[in-house]
Design a protein around this ligand. Structure first.
Ligand SMILES: [Zn+2]
Length: 111
């Protein structure tokens, strides 16, 4: 019997490892979902209320009241039309207009 004992122990250990692996895998899935990279669902979009295929997105919002700004991140289910566009691309498009408005503001301030 003593010959089988180590095998039995090994079997139990590998079963435990298997369970641990499953759990950590599930953890990873949750984290991916949080990052908006995994899971999608069909339902009403949280922005336009349209029924569509939705993805989870992290939406950052800034509130300003009485001189203090608060920043928080919400998780939202958004459709393709409402999903946040990559910041880099948006920034490049806006640079010219933003520069003009900054110049305008600066000129106004100099008067
Ligand atoms: Zn939408």
């Amino acid at each position: 019997m003593s010959v089988f004992e180590p095998n039995d122990r090994f079997a139990r250990k590998s079963a435990a490892l298997g369970r641990a692996y499953e759990i950590s895998n599930k953890d990873k899935e949750d984290k991916l979902a949080e990052a908006g990279k995994a899971k999608s669902k069909t339902g009403p979009c949280e922005t336009c209320k349209k029924e569509a295929e939705l993805h989870r997105f992290r939406v950052s919002t800034t509130d300003r009241s009485e001189g203090s700004a608060s920043f928080h991140i919400d998780m939202k289910w958004l459709c393709v039309e409402c999903e946040p566009k990559p910041k880099k691309h948006k920034g490049e498009e806006k640079t010219q207009a933003q520069l003009k408005s900054i110049l305008k503001t600066a000129r106004r301030a100099m008067r």
